[in-house]
Design a protein around this ligand. Sequence first.
Ligand code: ZN
Length: 134
Amino acid sequence: MNITHIEHIGIAVENMEEAIAYYENVLGLKCYAIEEVADQKVKTAFFMVGQTKVELLESTSPEGPIGKFIENRGPGLHHLAFAVSDVAQSLQKAEAKGMRLIDKAPRQGAEGLKIGFLHPKSTLGVLTELCGKK
Ligand code: ZN
C-alpha cells in the first residue's frame, strides 16, 4: 500500500448548518464544497486544512450508515481517510494481510474519488478509508 498523506478526516454531525458555522466562525476555515452522496444517504461538506480535508457528514436518513453511527455513538470522529495511488490494489493488499474489508472493490465517493473502507474490527477500532483517483 502506498499512502501519501491523510486525505481527510470524516466527522459525523447531527446538524450540518450548525457544524459549518462552528468550523467557519470559530476555527476560521472555509467550506468549499457541499455534496450529497445519495448512495451513502449522506450530505458532505469539505474544508481544506493544508493538504488534508475535514469532511463533515450529515445523514439524510436515519437508516443510513451515518444515521446509525450517531444513534449508537453520538456525533464526532467517524473515519480516517488515507490517500493511496491505487485503491483497488490497496484493498487487495490489505485483504491479503488478513484485514476484513467493508468494500471488496472501490466505489465512487465524494469529489470524484474512488474509495474503499477497511472494517474497524480489523483496524484497532478506527474506521479506515482508502481513497484515490483510481
Ligand atoms: Zn471519507
